[in-house]
Design a protein around this ligand. Sequence first.
Ligand SMILES: C[S@@+](CC[C@H](N)C(=O)[O-])C[C@H]1O[C@@H](n2cnc3c(N)ncnc32)[C@H](O)[C@@H]1O
Length: 413
Amino acid sequence: MTTDDRVRGQYEALPYPPRDPRDEAKRLVVGSPSNLPEIEHFVFGGRIDRLRPFRALVAGGGTGDATIMLAQQLADAGIAGEVVYLDWSAASRGIAETRAAVRGLKNLRFVSASLLDLPTLGLGRFDYIDCCGVLHHLDDPEAGLRLLRDALSEAGGIGLMLYGEHGRRGVYDVQAVLRAVADPGAEPAQQVELARRLLAALPATNWFKRNPFVTDHLTQGDAGLADLLLSPRDRAYTVGGVRALADAAEMRIVGFVPPARYEPERMVSDARLKVRLARLAPLDKAAAAEDIAGNIKSHTFYVVRADNAVAPPSPDRREAIPVPFNVDLPAMAKGMKPGGALSASIDGLQFSFALPRRAPAIAALIDGKRDLGAIHDAMAATSPGFTWDDFVAEFGAFFASLHALGKLMLRLP
Ligand SMILES: C[S@@+](CC[C@H](N)C(=O)[O-])C[C@H]1O[C@@H](n2cnc3c(N)ncnc32)[C@H](O)[C@@H]1O
């Protein structure tokens, strides 16, 4: 049996993440990468052509999170096209298909195959490809990323998630012990049982035991434990490794999410250090942030072809439309004090964002449809003398905070 067979066998026995299709009636699972506001902001410079069918591929779709989210968001936005789900695990596909059926989604196609077979599947080119938590299981992730790149349209982009080295401290130690003591060819259920015994026996000095940031073995049942500790093959990346991978596939990183995790100047209070960190080039900043925080367990980011010069829309354009994601801004506006601060904790890391004086009024006017010009007009109507330049300064500060948290993107009409 090859390592590929064993990787596939694990997801056949224990599809990940565990999902109950009946939950689709109650909630939509949203996240990153691959939510529409982020894709539009980072990959398409704020502009997805809504008059043209949009084609997306979810490579290694698992139990369907990204597939369902993206198909639902495209349908809700009235954007024609299709989301193609691709995975080699039939059990995972079954769950994803049932979830789509519960939602009545029609803009989906399901394909059972290895993503390594992409060149011969005849699926055509894609505007966007999601590959979340998959490349790090391949024998050659660089070759995998090149295959995905070859399936992209010229202006397309890819949303990736790869394991982070620092935050998975201890994971590979436990994996190595389990590999050493497991019976060759043991069934997944036996392996899970042995893993639970080892976890219960670990002394307080063990790095996995001391790592509070990896929790799938506690929160995601047997599938979570297997995905974390029993993978026949996985590797983890630093920011430098992610960059090398993108370079090798002739791709360019256009954004890590949430951005705050990669902005080291937000992580120190010393003013001189802040200035020095703020001067670094974007990817050097990201590497410094990773080293300072020390607990990034996965890197989520977007890449485009290296020769694609696309850039996110600037927050000083009248026609730019601020689009909230996964946040109730009107409710947030009620809790904001003019000139106060916004506190947030991401994976145990505390952030405090200074808010501009008019943050509550700005937040109350953002509805995903109004553009910045209209928001300024509405504010100026009640505050004569509030100029466009005043607004740009206030909105710029507001946007920097909410965007850093991954809660606000920009799009162009
Ligand atoms: C950790 S799960 C992630 C699932 C999904 N992307 C998500 O984030 O929820 C990895 C998935 O990738 C699939 N996979 C791994 N290698 C693959 C390959 N070479 N071809 C197709 N699917 C693959 C597995 O079957 C599994 O469903």
